[in-house]
Design a protein around this ligand. Sequence first.
Ligand SMILES: Nc1ncnc2c1ncn2[C@@H]1O[C@H](COP(=O)(O)OP(=O)(O)OP(=O)(O)O)[C@@H](O)[C@H]1O
Ligand SMILES: [Mg+2]
Length: 696
Amino acid sequence: MVSKEDTSLLNQWQRHYFMLKSETSTPSQNADAVRGMLTQLQYAQMTNRLSENDATCELYRQYFEKYSSIVDNQNKALGLNNYADTATALNRPSESLSWKSSVSLDNITSVPCIKSLIQNSKKNLDDPNSSTIVIAKPKQTRITTQVCSPVDMPTSHNAPRPLFKALTSTDNPAVIRSKPRNTSDSGFNYKASENSVRQSTSSNVSQDDPLRHSDFVPNQFAKGFGSREGKRGGLQSQMDDGWSGSCRQPSRPLQSFKRKASSSSSSGIGQGSFKSEDSMSRTGNYGNSYQGNTDTGEDSRNNQASSAFKTARDQLIINNQKKAGNRGVRGPPLTSSYGGTKKSLGTTRRGINSKFIPPVVSRDEDGDGGGTTYGRTDSRNHRSKKDESDEIVDERLKNIEPKMIELISNEIMDHGAPVAWDDIAGLQFAKSTIKEIVIWPMLRPDIFNGLRGPPKGLLLFGPPGTGKTLIGKCIASQSGATFFSISASSLTSKWVGEGEKMVRALFAVARVHQPAVIFIDEIDSLLTQRSDGEHESSRRIKTEFLVQLDGATTDTTDRILVVGATNRPQEIDEAARRRLVKRLYIPLPELQARKQIVENLLRQQCFSLNDSELQQICLQTEGYSGADMSNLCREAALGPIRCLQGSEIQNISADQVRPIIFQDFQDALLNVRPSVSEKDLDVYLEWNQQYGSGVK
Ligand SMILES: Nc1ncnc2c1ncn2[C@@H]1O[C@H](COP(=O)(O)OP(=O)(O)OP(=O)(O)O)[C@@H](O)[C@H]1O
Ligand SMILES: [Mg+2]
């Protein structure tokens, strides 16, 4: 029993066989039939319906031969002839598609017909009607010859047809023709006449010329050329001789053309072209003069335009100079070494000895320097608008990052409230010492110099709340020097290396703004004893401080005073201690000082205390620091308020509040206790004994 599958296979086979045998089937149908039979043979073999023996191989061979006889048969009627396609498809397209002609522009003159043309052209060169066609190879070299007809040119496939076409195209910018005025034919006449090419040209170039829009000539050049009326360049005149087309000449070939022509004119071969070359050379000049025109004409307009155009920055500088010139003040230099306009530090600099003027306007506008306005600026120093323009950045800041300088001058400059010496109770010794090393040298730098020069460093140490910071503020407002109030946080940064840069910038800015006072509150946090376990960055900041305080770069004439305040002097590094030459102990206020503090604080309040009561209070506050006294007074001042009922507080007027009385202080004494212990005091006393300057 034949299986269903075999039956269908048999039917298929028979169908293909009849297709193959039929007279009416086309080659492609035959090819399909054979392909089907071959596929069936493979299937039969794979499904073991056919064994691998000679008969099978013979069968395969027959059908493969049959298939190839159909597929590759070149006879259109019998075969598919697609061998060439697949074979050529196998070739690399570049080999099959683009041929490489052996003729090139350099050896075209050796082509026999070109040779004959050249000889012909020589003969009829003098003939006025003859036309010499100069073929300038685009871009590089030029060939002077006459066009011969493609008929004469080698017609084999290697003839440089596209090239030839390019070279002889009527509109090829490299092809320059002169033509007798009277011919009217249109387009080239490629037929070579017996003695010369009679080239009849027409002004309107054939529209379909593929090179009509050659890319050799920049449009603006073409336009410019056409628009240069009255420019009698050689080519222009040549054009006038009957060339009325829109001549588009490549500016570059003109140059190279000119160069080539001068070299080939001696050869004689360019004889004919000599004439045209001559004109061309003038043209070349024209080209140059045209270029020159561009330089003079348009450029002069450009120059006027460019001289009118200024950037905003330039305009600003010019305005500043005008303003400065009007005022007789030197205008800022146009650009700093940074390449921008000079940036000011927010101060007016008149040289090394001038005082710093803080960026805030001082209280007394008249700037007479009267009163103790903070950051005292007398009229001499008063920064006025007019001087704004002549600020310069001191060259000593040149290697400091501008952002650091900005930070130092903005964030670190002290802008506290003014403090007078009388606001500080007691501490006579400290006050006199400070006047001696800070105030007087400012007033009389001529006396206080050399050995009498002020020390570089001052250390204020003592229990907390005894007025160290207050002294710093007082120096700021009373010394008239540039006052920098810094703390450890303003010098440390999250970026490694920034801390020491800040220190360096600080001292650089202080040097520029000297005389300067650098007040470092809680200096122990910056200059603690150097130890092995400390962090690298704090170590570096410390070292930088030590170097700046008294290092190789410090100049003894620098008038910079570093004032450090700490209540932990024993933790300060010994190298720093050495540099803080004056070490003043700020003790707890004595009775008199305490009395002065209370009187100062109660001065603005309404109180009723008699001397004995006041004396009593001061006696009771033995061991209290100045801060503690302040707290006590604050607490006592609340006494009258606490007597009021809740509702009264809303309606009572300020002067109806009763005055502060002794009892209030008694109550306050119960709440405010001294903040310094006896033991702490002993530490300070001992340190003072050992290192203190003003040992009493
Ligand atoms: N001798 C003083 N005369 C007047 N007021 C004082 C005196 N000492 C301290 N005070 C008051 O105590 C407050 C704190 O003073 P200050 O900040 O100078 O203390 P300090 O010595 O800096 O303390 P710390 O060491 O904790 O920083 C001041 O604002 C001031 O009101
Ligand atoms: Mg303090």
